[in-house]
Design a protein around this ligand. Sequence first.
Ligand code: AMP
Ligand code: GLY
Length: 426
Amino acid sequence: MEKINILILGSGGREHTFCWKLAQSQLTNQLFIAPGNGGTKDLATNINIGVNDFESIKKTVLENQIKLVIVGPEDPLVNGLHDFFLSDQALRAIPVIGPQKLGATLEGSKEFAKAFMIRHDIPTAQYGSFTAENIDKGYAFLDQMKSPYVLKADGLAAGKGVLIIDDLKEAKTELANMLLNKKFGVASSKVVIEEFLKGIELSCFVLTDGKSYLTLPMAKDYKRIGEGDKGPNTGGMGAISPVPFMDDKFNQKIHDRIVRPTIEGLHKDNIPYVGFVFIGLIKVGEEPYVIEYNVRMGDPETQVVLPRVKNDLGELLLATAEGRLSQIEIEIDDRSYTTIVAVSGGYPEGYQKGKEITGLEKVKGCNVFHAGTTVREKKTFTIGGRVLAVTSYGEGHKSALKQSYEQIQKINFDGMYFRGDIGFDL
Ligand code: AMP
Ligand code: GLY
């Protein structure tokens, strides 16, 4: 097999995990990542350009003879990076893993995603969608809903656009804040109001070439900053895969009612899609419902999902780009993987940067995936909210967690915080 140069876009723990897995691929000649972080530079060449700087990405791709591009975060996809490649003479033939703008709208617009689910009979919470013009209908819709009220900014709002409110009056005030006062900027010029679903959440990952698909291991992540799932939402504080409460029957329901109809729906609607679909699910009683679609892998779910995939990731992604997924059999490691995320003190609100990270060399028997780190003169410093994720495996999630917790104690930086209770609810 001819080896190729590969470019990954992004700078988080998810992208470090992609780097780590692709560094083991038979297909990889040289790995590049833009912009990358303090961990990726040991496996790849970090290139200091932003993920939305399309012209610089083009230059990098051509200068380095890149033959495969993997997009980590949703932003560049929603902004049309894949379309940019397809419309450029020099880039057209270079495969991009991640959907075009139309497919990315599944994450870029909550209303688009809801309409897609309803059209294809995919179970999801009931909803209504409102703008400033028909805000009165929005108030009336709230009147006939039950508490708590779920209000979602239609567009991308850096993970902050969802409000869950107990009080009807407050829900109406927030609806007005979103629609009339642009609480989340243009993202909230439209608002989806949803029925509240009570249950336990899990994340399902699918890789598709637009026709065939493979289901990757499912995972559960822990989004709240505080122990016992308290406090504000974060990007994710830890993850576990497999999901211990998954059984064959529930798995089959997810497959039959959600995964297959989603991929078939993309096909029926003529939405081209090459890349990952991350389906945020909630288990209500014994029934799965879709909370949201994302058009990328999860972070920190990737840090436990990719290590379980035994296939050569480069080959898997090239087969995806070339429409050959139907010929591939996915092989999964049955062991349990867990990851614990260490964050800067204060995150997800304001936090300080530039703290030296020590003890990394003492960590044994697990993977430390970097996120907000940078290296200067052989020392590693924090530069972000989520700093690193410690991934371990074991025969069950308890032994994997024990290992991650033992090892993370060896790492230190001023203000370091991690949740001590990942897996508490299982
Ligand atoms: P989303 O950005 O749509 O994933 O929403 C963020 C979080 O809000 C989800 O992970 C859930 O915890 C919660 N959430 C969203 N929609 C609902 C719903 N309909 N019922 C209950 N919780 C929800
Ligand atoms: N961990 C959730 C996400 O990546 O959106």
